[in-house]
Ligand binder design. Structure first.
Ligand SMILES: Nc1ncnc2c1ncn2[C@@H]1O[C@H](COP(=O)(O)OP(=O)(O)OP(=O)(O)O)[C@@H](O)[C@H]1O
Ligand SMILES: [Mg+2]
Length: 446
């Protein structure tokens, strides 16, 4: 069992020793002779509960509580008070103390109260974990933003969801392509059917082919048994082809045939398979450019974009930012068990000025990290990521774009450093496809 640490704060040595002695059978006790020492302990080790005197010279109990409330992991506080000062103790509870005990201390009652407090803390933590789990199990289908650009996307998504038409979603990284895909599938006639996702940049050519179309036993070395591909698994449902621009030409041909005839063969197989699958694909590359370069088939492009949804970048709809910030703030404050209600005007100004190359995903990560760093009930300039404060200066487009590229280059270099040059890991951390990463490395000669 993990030991429970209790910090006893009292200026009276006798009280500290008595309490420590009385509790040490059940708990690990740590003592501090004043508020200042208590805070040092709290910053250097994990404490599950604080038992503190209310009146102490220097920092009194209420002041100590105020400081504890600013800690990222704040343990519950129980106050010890003399008979005459119950009112102050009640005031302390209003400020967030868990409870109080009056002197002379009855150890049995104190132990019961400690157990109750710890149980309450455990329940709170469990609740946070549970919420997180629910969030992961059920995708969040709410799209925030009421700008005309966003409204158009929502309308279009609702409209195509009612059909089984093939959809192509284009847009920069982090603009919500996968979110729109989820919305379409879960509002479609095949919402109860399978929903299969494949990231085309995550597999080598041969592997991708057998992932998508399956293989027969003995099709290649290592194919010890026949295996269904994602097309078969997605029968009567939706198949999401993410980063479809990274699909090698040999597979583009097979996909084109599927879109024309709904048929294919497993790798190494001769039997023709037929399935009913709704295809949604997404790309952050410009497929029209790729067609010109000869790396993407034009006929396939037209088959994929029966309906085309173009996700606007966050830069193009900055009016949605305040609502997005408010929504992410609530979500992450909940998740991390914090009470944070807003960002300061100064921070909002920086957020509005920044260009958000990583779009909504970047904004979301920025708010989450700010929430984690925040010490009070507001996000101020001290808890936001540093890059937000770099913008401004040269306001010409070239200047900003240069800065963005420089930041992107720096981020990629840093992550590659951290992973010791492991590109697969780096791509995962960056949330981009492996091929995209290779392209950037080449582009900048990293
Ligand atoms: N309008 C929105 N409102 C709320 N959350 C959003 C919105 N758009 C995107 N998000 C969230 O932002 C994150 C990134 O979105 P998503 O994964 O859909 O982007 P993407 O376009 O697929 O990015 P990539 O090209 O990098 O794969 C997700 O967590 C998603 O839930
Ligand atoms: Mg995506």
């Amino acid at each position: 069992m993990i030991p429970t640490f209790i910090l006893i704060v009292d200026d009276d040595k006798m009280t500290r020793q008595t309490l420590s002695l009385a509790l040490e059978d059940q708990y690990q006790t740590v003592t501090a002779k004043d508020g200042k020492t208590a805070l040092e302990v709290l910053k250097s080790q994990e404490i599950d509960l604080v038992l503190s005197d209310l009146f102490m010279p220097g920092m009194n109990g209420i002041e100590l509580l105020e400081h504890i409330n600013l800690l990222p992991e704040k343990p519950p506080v129980i106050f010890i008070t003399g008979q005459g000062s119950v009112e102050t103790a009640v005031q302390a509870m209003k400020n967030g103390a868990y409870d109080y005990v009056t002197k002379p201390i009855n150890i049995d009652r104190l132990t019961l109260l400690i157990e109750k407090t710890l149980e309450n803390k455990r329940l709170k933590e469990e609740n946070i974990l549970l919420k997180k789990k629910i969030e992961e199990t059920y995708p969040d289908l709410s799209m925030i933003g009421n700008s005309p650009a966003m409204q158009k996307i929502k309308d279009l998504a609702t409209q195509v969801a009612a059909t089984t038409a093939t959809v192509l979603i284009e847009g920069e990284s982090g603009t919500g392509k996968e979110l729109v895909t989820n919305i379409i599938h879960y509002n479609s006639p095949v919402a109860h059917g399978p929903f299969i996702k494949v990231n085309c940049s995550a597999f080598a050519e041969g592997v991708l082919e057998s992932e998508l179309f399956g293989h027969e036993k003995g099709a290649f070395t290592g194919a010890v048994a026949a295996k269904k591909g994602r097309f078969e698994l997605a029968d009567n449902g939706t198949l999401f082809l993410d980063e479809v621009g990274e699909m090698p030409p040999s597979i583009q041909v097979k996909l084109l045939r599927f879109l024309q005839e709904q048929t294919f063969e497993r790798v190494g197989g001769t039997k023709t398979q037929k399935v009913t699958v709704r295809i949604i694909s997404a790309t952050n590359r410009n497929l029209t450019d790729m067609i010109k370069e000869g790396t993407f088939r034009e006929d396939l492009y037209y088959r994929l974009r029966v309906v085309k949804i173009e996700m606007p970048s966050l830069r193009e709809r900055k009016e949605d930012i305040p609502e997005l910030v408010a929504s992410f703030l609530k979500k992450f404050a909940d998740r991390h068990g914090k009470q944070i209600s807003r960002v300061t005007d100064e921070v909002m100004e920086l957020i509005m000025q920044y260009n958000w190359p990583g779009n909504i995903r970047e904004l979301m990560n920025c708010i989450e990290s700010s929430v984690v760093m925040a010490r009070g009930d507001m996000i101020n300039i001290d808890c936001i990521p540093e890059y937000l404060t770099f913008s401004g200066g040269d306001s010409s487009m070239n200047g900003k774009e240069g800065l963005l590229q420089e930041m992107e280059r720096q981020t990629i270099t840093d992550v590659l450093d951290k992973t010791g040059g492991d590109k697969v890991k780096a791509a995962k951390i960056l949330g981009i496809g492996l091929r995209t990463l290779y392209r950037k490395i080449e582009q900048w000669g990293l």
